[in-house]
Design a binder for this molecule. Structure first.
Ligand SMILES: [Zn+2]
Ligand SMILES: [Zn+2]
Length: 433
């Protein structure tokens, strides 16, 4: 097994005193802290050559770091070793009888996979194994900076006339870069979006809340029903997810009146349902009517070889069984100010959602324009079933967007939740909103 020291984790009791030493006395550079909500901890990274120090500060009394400090006082908490293949590393350790805290790798921050080895096996040191999602050729500091510097996982609010639009976040995942850009050659797309050592690019899931006459949620991310193998294949990092961002927006699942689907692929409707303690799959939003385009429902419930991997029945069939499904036939207004428009292309009945109030326009194009790297017409996903329809739909879409100066939401962009489109001599760019 080849292992490289990634970082040393240090549990801190008094952050200011720790900064007085590491930053002021030693003169080291401390990066902007990162909250790991699921662990109730704030991490302050300090680059030190090819590795880093990580100061860990508890953000709640029930955090593992708070308990550690209470029991043993501040000090060395763990070391993290980076490995190329965490699954085979764990298999090898298991075969040698090494005691593990995590038998299988689980998603850590930034799309990495992590697993802890028990301190009793490592001579009193808690050892974390990490498989970085970024090419292992890069140093951890460089890779972390390139992947994290501009990542966006926070809630953003936009007022549009009488409507409030709140962009939420359900985590990151990874898809094959070639598949995300279709016929565009890698030397071109990797300049916009670097690939990891498995050729995958980082994507986000950003459902959108519209608050007006009623409270609507458009798409709901991946949800929590998938197993470790799925998380491994798709590099899922839901350490910060829809539960957190919905709460930050001041909402509970019971506040949602309408859930609207752009289409029924798993990264858009996985969060429509959840698995309860008995293993029964139920609607996540107890009061909501779920609005789905009828032809998309037909396609999703009758998948073929080419789209079967995208349509997972547990994400939507339980809605029909619970009697909360509302099928709509054509382009129409779903609630005042919110209208659906079929785009086709990505799948035959994929739809964009246009939002209008007070003379202003916003639009949620979903997989028609999934990221800011997809603004140019020929940058079309290889996943699309009807790419020539996507091309026609994109031309019409950007014509409308520019005419109305519409605020565009990018459902899968890892860094930009929303922006305004500019076009100069046929070249499109965006301005972050
Ligand atoms: Zn899709
Ligand atoms: Zn998608």
């Amino acid at each position: 097994m080849k292992a490289v020291l990634d970082h040393v984790g240090i549990a801190v009791k008094d952050l200011d005193a720790a900064l007085a030493f590491y930053r002021d006395a030693l003169g080291l550079h401390v990066e902007v802290p990162e909250d790991v909500a699921s662990q109730r901890v704030r991490a302050h990274f300090i680059p030190a050559g090819a590795s880093s120090l990580e100061l860990l500060e508890a953000t709640a009394p029930d955090s593992a770091i708070a308990k550690y400090v209470e029991k043993r006082g501040p000090g060395l908490h763990h070391i993290t070793l980076r490995v190329d293949d965490i699954v085979s590393a764990l298999a090898e350790l298991k075969s040698r009888g090494v005691r593990l805290v995590d038998e299988t790798a689980r998603p850590g921050a930034e799309g990495a996979l992590v697993a802890f080895i028990h301190p009793s096996a490592a001579h009193g040191v808690l050892v974390e194994l990490k498989q970085s999602p970024i090419s292992s050729l890069q140093s951890p500091v460089a890779s972390r900076q390139s992947s994290v510097a501009s990542l966006q996982s926070s809630v953003t609010r936009h007022q549009l006339g009488d409507l409030e639009l709140i962009s939420l976040f359900d985590g990151f995942f990874r898809l094959d870069g070639g598949a995300m850009f279709g016929v565009v050659p890698k030397p071109m797309w990797e300049k916009r979006t670097p690939a990891d050592d498995r050729n995958r690019i980082l994507l986000a899931m950003r459902p959108l809340v519209v608050r007006g006459a009623r409270t609507m949620l458009i798409d709901a991310g991946l949800g929590a029903k998938d197993d470790a193998k799925f998380h491994e294949i798709y590099g899922v990092d839901r350490s910060r997810n829809l539960d957190h961002t919905l709460a930050e927006a001041g909402l509970t699942p019971g506040d949602i009146d309408i859930v609207l689907a752009s289409h029924l692929h798993f990264d858009h409707c996985g969060g429509f349902t959840y698995r309860d303690a008995n293993g029964t799959v139920r609607p996540t939003f107890p009061r909501a009517q779920y609005v789905v385009r009828r032809d998309e429902w037909e396609d999703a419930t009758h998948p073929h070889e080419r789209n079967r991997a995208s349509y997972l029945a547990d994400n939507f069939v339980p809605l029909a069984e619970a009697g909360v499904l509302q099928l709509v036939d054509d382009d129409q207004t779903i609630m005042p100010g919110v209208r659906v428009q079929r785009t086709g292309g990505h799948c035959m009945h994929h739809q964009a959602i246009w939002i209008e109030s007070g003379g202003r326009t916003a639009v949620f194009p979903a997989d028609l324009v999934p990221t800011t790297a997809h603004l140019d017409n020929p940058w079309i996903m290889g996943y699309d079933l009807y790419p020539m329809d996507t091309l026609a739909a994109k031309k019409a879409f950007f014509k409308d967007v520019l005419a109305k100066n519409a605020l565009v939401f990018f459902e899968h962009d890892p860094s930009v939740a929303a922006g305004y489109i500019r076009e100069d001599k046929g070249k499109r760019s965006y301005e972050r909103a």
